[in-house]
Each structure stands twice: as structure tokens, then as C-alpha cells.
Design a protein around this ligand. Structure first.
Ligand code: ADP
Ligand code: MG
Length: 423
């Protein structure tokens, strides 16, 4: 009898302790940590005021189709924005500490996304130039595998200008350009993961008949989870659809913003290029970037003069470009093809062979994003954990892949080197 009373009392005490602790548990689960709050210059009190406003007052503004609320209007510490299409609410952050990137058009800042009564740090790319097409393409790309994740798009006027913002998931390492410039150490496996992520993105776009047309290192975003090299998760996505076009509209447009990533055929064929032709220039551009990832440097053939030196006739520039590309990649591609046939490619060579085929001077010989992604998907490093085991396994599977791959039959490299001709 006595024990049952004791048990009851213990249960009642536990019940009240739980109720008393609940707000604390919720608070700690929902609050941004001190370091982040300091970085973005907001106190706990600021945040709870913003949170209260979003829950209780914002709906009335939204009903009146007022989607941008300045601090002057709300007396809150920061401006609030609402996207009626995605029904997402954001808090705008400004200041040097919150600036995370600058592109050709956008300035990208940290921002807050109000989600399930909590604040999540996201990225906010804003610009004043008109970007209707980019918004349209970004909306189309929402939810596509391998593309950056977006939460909303907003517009409001500031003086004479219209300020457009794209809110997206925050990728903690920023662009691939930053990762490469900072000489971030990556294992071969992690490099392959980055390539696979990018190819996934390209495959998604090309499947939907969209070409990206601006695939330099600034336009891929990278996320690396905490942890040691080899045990952490490395992800890459394709971003910035500012130049992207649907096949219908991709006619005679200059492929790739940065001329270093422009394929040779662009010099001669631009007037006749359309739709699917640009998938091939996308693949070439991604190949140049993969080369940088694998070897940590630009390819020797990547020179601006081939595209820009208009004092030299186009036909001459084209042949010079193809000859330089063949010199740097032709012999090696042939060697790797034959190693593939005899089953002696190691892990790095496996990746290199994929890359060199993306860089083929003949666009028709470049595999599609889908073919490349599938080939890379069976890259044995993806299936093994220990480094040594990975390489051994790579050799075996790579050999099988290469024996069956249709792309391994290569022309004589001597012919390729001898002239700027594509053979
Ligand atoms: N979601 C994001 N997470 C982290 N960094 C980002 C994000 N979006 C953009 N950035 C950074 O901002 C830069 C510019 O963004 P981008 O969309 O490419 O602008 P632009 O259209 O002007 O080229 C990127 O190169 C990258 O460094
Ligand atoms: Mg960009």
C-alpha cells in the first residue's frame, strides 16, 4: 500500500517537473546559438519579438497583400519579407558580417527563414537588375535533384529600384571557387562526390530541356559536414540560373559567362547552335571545372585569347584551340582508354578518364550528363569505406566498366596532336 502511494507521488512530481521544463526544452531547441546571434547582431529578445509579430500580426498584412515590412513600420529589429507563393517568411539581415558572397549581379547575405516557429539561417541573394527569366528558371528548378534548394523569391521597391531576392539553403562552404582557392583538402572520394552532385544537377536540367550556360566554379555551392576528411559528408549542387535557358530560347547565345569554360565549337558554330547543342557546351564547361577539382589547377589549354582575340580569324583561333586541347588531353585520353580495356585504371585515373571525355573537342563525343552520372555512380569508391579497399575495388570495377564503355575507342592521338583537326 505504502509503495503504491510513493509511486503515485513520484509520478505526480515527474509530471509537474516535465511540464515546468517544457518551455526550457522548446526554447533551447528553437533558439539560435549565442555565436550565431552575435554574428547576425540580434538578441534573444529581438528574435522573440519578431517571432511574436510573425505569428500574430503578419497574417493581417498578408491578407492586404503587403509582403515587405520595414523596421520603421513594425518597430522590429529587422525587416520582414513574405513570399505568397511558397508561404514562407524571412527576416532580412544586413551588414558586413552577414555578407557571404558577391556574384556578377547579386550580393548574397545571411537571412533567417521562419520555419515551424523557429529561425533557420539561410542565404538571400539580392539584386536590382531585372531578373524575371532567372526567377522563372529558378522556380522551374525547385525541387530538382542536384540543384540548390530555394525557399522563396520576393520583390519590393527601394526608391527607384525594384529589389529582387532569392532565398536559398545556406551551403556552409560557399562556392566551389572558394573551396578551391582555400585549398580545402579533399579525398579522392570527396572529389568524386562533388562531381556526382554536379552531374546530377546537370542531368536534372538537361532532362527538363534547360541548359545552364554559366558553369564556372562560382556557380556551384558546396556543403561539408563537420568531421574529419573521409568521414564527413561533402555535397555539391548547381546554382545561379541567371543565364539558364529553355532549349526553345537557346539559339545563338554565347555559352558560358566565363570564356575560359567555353568549348571550341562556340568559336565557329555559334550562329548555328541551338537547344541541345548547348548541353554539350555545358558538359565541356563542367569538365574544365572537374579538371580543376582533380588536379587543383586550370587546364593548359584554357586561354582567353582563343575566344577573345578578335584580331586572329575565327577559323585560326578554333584550330589553335583544338590543337592545344588535343596536346593536353588527347594522348592521355587514349592511354587511359587502353588502360581501361586492360583493367588497370586506378581510382584517380578512373575520374580523369571521365573528365577527358567531357573535354573532347568533338561535341558529339562528349557523353551526356546522364551517362556520366551513371558511370560515376558505379565508381567503386562510393561503395567502400576503407581507402585501400576502395582503390582495389576501383581497379576491378573500372576495368569492367571500361571494357563495355562505348566511348573508349579513341582515334590515333598522333593525328590529333598533329593538327587542330578533330578526328
Ligand atoms: N545558398 C548559398 N549558400 C552559400 N553561398 C552562396 C549561396 N548563394 C550564393 N552564394 C555565394 O554568393 C555568390 C554569388 O551568388 P550567385 O547566385 O552566383 O550570384 P550572381 O548571379 O551575381 O553570379 C556565389 O558564388 C556564392 O559564393
Ligand atoms: Mg553566379
Amino acid at each position: 500500500m505504502e509503495t503504491s502511494i510513493k509511486n503515485k507521488i513520484i509520478l505526480i512530481i515527474m509530471h509537474y517537473v516535465l511540464i515546468a521544463c517544457m518551455p526550457l526544452v522548446c526554447m533551447s531547441a528553437t533558439a539560435l546559438d549565442v555565436k550565431t546571434r552575435r554574428k547576425i547582431g540580434l538578441t534573444k529578445r529581438d528574435l522573440s519579438e519578431i517571432s511574436r509579430f510573425i505569428q500574430s500580426e503578419l497574417p493581417q498584412y498578408v491578407e492586404r497583400k503587403i509582403y515587405y515590412l520595414s523596421p520603421a513600420r513594425t518597430h522590429l529589429a529587422r525587416a520582414i519579407e513574405y513570399d505568397p507563393q511558397t508561404k514562407e517568411t524571412f527576416v532580412i539581415l544586413k551588414g558586413r558580417k552577414c555578407l557571404i558572397g558577391k556574384g556578377k549581379k547579386k550580393k548574397v547575405y545571411l537571412a533567417l527563414r521562419y520555419h515551424e516557429k523557429d529561425f533557420e539561417i539561410v542565404a538571400r541573394g539580392e539584386q536590382t537588375l531585372p531578373i524575371e527569366r532567372e526567377l522563372e528558371m529558378t522556380k522551374k528548378a525547385q525541387g530538382m535533384k542536384g540543384l540548390f534548394v530555394t525557399y522563396g523569391m520576393t520583390q519590393h521597391s527601394r526608391g527607384q529600384d525594384t529589389l529582387t531576392a532569392i532565398y536559398s539553403k545556406l551551403y556552409n562552404k560557399g562556392s566551389l571557387k572558394t573551396v578551391l582557392e582555400q585549398h580545402t583538402q579533399l579525398t579522392l572520394y570527396e572529389k568524386a562526390r562533388i562531381m556526382a552532385g554536379i552531374l546530377r544537377g546537370l542531368e536534372s536540367l538537361h532532362n527538363k530541356h534547360i541548359v545552364h550556360l554559366d558553369l564556372g566554379t562560382r556557380n556551384y555551392l558546396i556543403d561539408i559536414s563537420p568531421g574529419k576528411k573521409g568521414t564527413r559528408t561533402v555535397r555539391a549542387v548547381v546554382a545561379d540560373l541567371g543565364r539558364a535557358k529553355h532549349f526553345d530560347r537557346a539559339k545563338k547565345v554565347c555559352a558560358q559567362g566565363n570564356s575560359l569554360y567555353r568549348a571550341p565549337e562556340v568559336i565557329l558554330n555559334l550562329q548555328h547552335m541551338q537547344g541541345r547543342d548547348y548541353c554539350k557546351t555545358d558538359i565541356y564547361a563542367a569538365g574544365c571545372v572537374f579538371y580543376q577539382i582533380l588536379f587543383g589547377k586550370f587546364g593548359r589549354w584554357q586561354k582567353k585569347c582563343f575566344m577573345k582575340d578578335l584580331s586572329v580569324p575565327a577559323i585560326q583561333r578554333y584550330h589553335q584551340f583544338v590543337a592545344a586541347l588535343n596536346r593536353a588531353t588527347g594522348t592521355r585520353r587514349k592511354l587511359l582508354a587502353s588502360k581501361g580495356r586492360s583493367g588497370t585504371l586506378d581510382g584517380k585515373e578512373y575520374l580523369e578518364f571521365i573528365i577527358l571525355r567531357m573535354l573532347h573537342p568533338d561535341p558529339e563525343k562528349r557523353p551526356t550528363a546522364r551517362e556520366l552520372r551513371q558511370e560515376l555512380g558505379s565508381y567503386p569508391l562510393f561503395q567502400r569505406e576503407s581507402g585501400q579497399k576502395r582503390i582495389n575495388h576501383t581497379r576491378e570495377t573500372a576495368c569492367q566498366e571500361m571494357t563495355h564503355a562505348p566511348h573508349v575507342v579513341e582515334p590515333d592521338a598522333r593525328d590529333e596532336r598533329a593538327s587542330g583537326k578533330i578526328v
